[in-house]
Design a protein around this ligand. Structure first.
Ligand SMILES: [Zn+2]
Ligand SMILES: [Zn+2]
Length: 332
């Protein structure tokens, strides 16, 4: 295939607290590249960190920066329009020790859309065909932006190898809410949840309960990444239990009480992105085992992307997950 460039409109981070919509160019730069008409792109906590302070985790970014890694859209295939969710991960080598042992999320060759590659918060994305996963009609294009964070949640849940009858999830943003869905789908029966934002606790599904500060659980998921959330997890986990730190904490360091962890011999593990969980996430939703309703709370047109970030940053208006809608007609 020849090298192709498609002009379109996209969101670019221009500086701290500054995101603009500009004319951008989408490249089809690999032999297996496919052009996707993006319908929706989710606004993740990691996007928000970059907007807030110009970095994510311990990595400073360079402006201008193209972002967006939770996206859905359509491709043309044999004259037909096919609805797809886009996996942001590509180019894992398939031959290194990590790839060979099923840990492609740790492959040093892997590229992540919106991090080490152009993002999908734009009208047209150029991605490898291996990043495209058709979705059934039962999943709307808007909800399909949640397939990526659901894959992250499933990865975190499955890192704890044994079945956990009881869990606590601390931090009820998109990832925390989806950990509840993934754990519920995996037959966890006792699900506790907490967040310093009370409105997010009030949005819980019926199979999750506001944490009472007393119950002891097999596994605690820290989806907030602060001293306070880790302390709550360490306090809630049973002796011999596991704490899983999920996602990217916003601070450089987290402090915890080592005695609290030591006396109970707690396993503290970290979960990063996902491996082969993307198709499993689609299947989990299509089969009805995971329920995405009520998680996308706000939709902003591309031209109002700055307002979307301000709403998410200030937890305005009961926001849980905001998504950006690209111009054009997107059926479902
Ligand atoms: Zn994300
Ligand atoms: Zn590899």
């Amino acid at each position: 295939m020849s090298f192709s460039i498609y002009p379109n409109r996209g969101a670019m981070l221009m500086g701290k607290r500054d995101i603009s919509v500009l004319d951008v160019h989408t490249l089809l730069s690999y032999p297996d590249s496919v052009l996707v008409d993006v319908a929706y792109c989710g606004l993740c906590g990691s996007d928000l960190q970059q907007w807030l302070w110009g970095g994510v985790g311990n990595r400073i970014i360079n402006f201008p920066k193209s972002i967006g890694h939770e996206a859905s859209g359509t491709i043309e295939l044999d004259g037909e329009s096919v609805r797809v969710a886009i996996s942001p991960s590509s180019r894992a080598c398939g031959t290194c020790s990590y790839c060979m042992s099923g840990r492609s999320n740790l492959c040093s060759f892997a590229i992540y859309m919106g991090a080490s590659d152009a993002g999908a918060m734009r009208q047209k994305a150029g991605v490898s065909e291996r990043q495209l996963f058709p979705i059934p009609d039962s999943i709307s294009l808007k909800d399909a932006v949640l397939i990526e964070p659901l894959a992250v949640a499933i990865h975190a849940v499955r890192l704890v190898h044994s079945f956990a009858p009881s869990i606590l999830v601390v931090g009820l943003g998109g990832i925390g809410r989806l950990i509840i869905e993934a754990a519920h789908a995996e037959m966890t029966t006792e699900i506790w949840a907490s967040d310093i934002l009370d409105y997010r606790v009030r949005m819980l599904p019926p199979y999750a309960t506001r944490y009472n500060g007393q119950a002891q659980v097999d596994v605690a998921f820290d989806a907030a990444g602060t001293d306070r959330s880790l302390a709550e997890c360490l306090s809630a986990v049973k002796p011999g239990g596991t704490v899983v730190v999920v996602g990217i904490p916003a601070s450089e360091n987290i402090c915890y009480n080592p005695h609290q962890a030591r006396i109970k011999e707690v396993n503290i593990i970290h979960s990063r992105r996902f491996c082969d969980e993307f198709p499993k996430a689609i299947q989990m939703v299509a089969s009805g085992r995971a329920n995405l309703s009520g998680i996308v709370t706000h939709t902003f047109p591309l031209e109002k992307v700055q307002e979307a970030f301000e709403t998410a940053a200030h937890y305005r208006d009961g926001v849980l997950r905001a998504v950006i809608e690209m111009p054009g007609v997107h059926n479902g």
